[in-house]
Design a protein around this ligand. Structure first.
Ligand code: ATP
Ligand code: MG
Length: 178
């Protein structure tokens, strides 16, 4: 069964800047640097779906008519419980929260079960990171000096499959924001 999720995908320039930050953090935090072409912010993790349900999933996405927005990833952090070092947002714009809640509501209405945790937009930069080193290096402050900004113009559906060196992602759909 395909394992899928909806996400925001940085443009090439933003991905390159994110990857530069990831390599810099890696020097201090160790762990595993996410591939440049896999960097993303998850909007809704759907998980395993039967292939015949994919059209329903696409219909939910196609029903969303919302504006795009600029996003500024300007807040570094490291979660100890899962050893993920990430870049998040100091402020979540209303337009992003609106997109997230519209997608979640559409998915639930179409009988897809998605998580009920609060929205925590972020881009994972490192896995198995040493978060103690992060705190020591940054005094828990934001280590990223310049925000990574990109103009979000669409959202994508991604299929995730396991490979020898971590998960591999393939975009299987994209829907424009207005
Ligand atoms: P791996 O699981 O192999 O370490 P991964 O977490 O990048 O790799 P997936 O597990 O397929 O790959 O997850 C895809 C995306 O969805 C990631 O951004 C992940 O953080 C997020 N995700 C995974 N599981 C959940 C979940 N239960 N709830 C919310 N988001 C999730
Ligand atoms: Mg995972």
């Amino acid at each position: 069964m395909p394992r899928v999720f909806f996400a925001l995908w940085p443009d090439a320039d933003a991905a390159s800047r994110l990857h530069t930050i990831a390599r810099c953090w890696h020097e201090v935090l160790g762990g595993r640097v996410m591939r440049e072409d896999s960097l993303h912010a998850t909007l809704a993790f759907v998980g395993d779906v039967a292939p015949q349900r994919l059209p329903d999933l696409r219909a939910v996405a196609a029903g969303i008519r919302l504006p795009g927005m600029p996003l500024a990833f300007d807040r570094g952090g490291c979660w100890r419980h899962n050893q993920i070092a990430y870049l998040g947002l100091r402020e979540t714009p209303d337009a992003l929260r609106c997109l997230w809640s519209a997608l979640a509501a559409g998915l639930r209405a179409a009988d897809f079960s998605i998580e009920t945790r609060p929205f925590s937009p972020h881009i994972t930069l490192l896995r198995k990171a040493n978060c103690l080193a992060f705190d020591a290096a940054t005094e828990k402050e934001n280590p990223a000096t310049e925000p990574v900004v990109w103009s979000v113009r669409d959202f994508v559906l991604v299929m995730s499959s396991i490979s020898a060196n971590g998960s591999r992602y393939e975009q299987i759909g994209a829907w424009p924001l207005l």
